[in-house]
Design a protein around this ligand. Structure first.
Ligand code: ATP
Length: 260
């Protein structure tokens, strides 16, 4: 086994083999193969409708919730195929957290938003929850801004703060992997910068996978980039190489803005 292949077997590595996904008759992902590495940010780019979000959601089986979806192939995390029927999907989603495009805090206090996941997993002690709430908010670079109002409604936070709260909520259940679907597209430039800085610090502890329409963002923050087109992964490599010397003509056309 190569060193690279061995690394994806580590905690937080993801290995995708011959993955196909159909929405009814329509094929949205075509034979995708890729290895995603721990402690890196991996970005998925490509024109609208190429399958980026669909692919991201296959990594924690969020597509299971869509009627008529059929998936073939394997997604291995920690050496286990997550599509094995014996896999506990609740535990899978604990290990592989997700943050969406639009911040979606629950209509409850900041504290309860963060404590929600740990409580669902059986943590009830007040001291322990207090510690998780503080640590998660610190991890999402939000603690200093909200420490005096954690019992206030999360709905009173700004959009950028709400998105960091959603990241804190994902961190609270101690995931290995964080999936982010266009996490800054609804945010202003300053909030975007804060989230980008946050993502760069999160990769020290987590595997981070992000879908983005913003190619500057992909080139600024990601270690590796995958370019998708019409359900196929056209090219995948180190971000520097993809943006400076793409091997495929279609990747070059896309990153130079000639289509998409
Ligand atoms: N729930 C669904 N049912 C049927 N088709 C779907 C569903 N979700 C997505 N699709 C189709 O699958 C294809 C890929 O969509 P997907 O949302 O993954 O693309 P995307 O690259 O993330 O696009 P965008 O950048 O616009 O979000 C599209 O043709 C889309 O219409």
């Amino acid at each position: 086994m190569s060193n690279e292949a061995a690394r994806t077997g580590e905690l937080g590595g993801i290995s995708v083999r011959d993955l196909n996904l159909y929405y009814g008759e329509s094929q949205a992902l075509k034979n995708v193969n890729m290895d995603i590495y721990p402690n890196e940010i991996t970005a998925f780019i490509g024109p609208s409708g190429c399958g980026k979000s669909t692919f991201l959601k296959t990594l924690n089986r969020m597509n299971d919730l869509v009627d008529g979806v059929k998936i073939t192939g394997e997604v291995c995390i920690g050496g286990q195929n997550i599509y094995d029927p014996r896999v506990d999907v609740t535990l899978l989603r604990k290990a592989v957290g997700m943050v969406f495009q639009k911040p979606n805090p629950f209509p409850m206090s900041i504290y309860d938003n963060i404590a929600y996941g740990p409580r669902c997993h059986g943590i009830k002690g007040r001291r322990q929850l207090d510690a998780i709430v503080e640590e998660s908010l610190r991890g999402a670079a939000l603690w200093e801004e909200v420490k005096d109002r954690v019992k206030k409604s999360a709905m009173g936070l700004s959009g950028g703060q709400q998105q960091r709260l959603c990241i804190a909520r994902a961190l609270a259940v101690q995931p290995d992997i964080l999936l982010m679907d266009e996490p800054t597209s609804a945010l202003d430039p300053i909030s975007t910068m804060k989230i980008e800085e946050l993502m760069s610090s999160l990769k020290e502890r987590y595997t981070v996978v992000i879908v983005t329409h913003n190619m500057q963002q992909a080139s600024r923050i990601s270690d590796r980039t995958a370019f998708f087109l019409l359900g196929e992964m056209v090219e995948y490599g180190e971000t520097e190489q993809i943006f400076s010397m793409p091997r495929d003509k279609k990747t070059e056309e896309y990153i130079t803005g000639r289509f998409g």
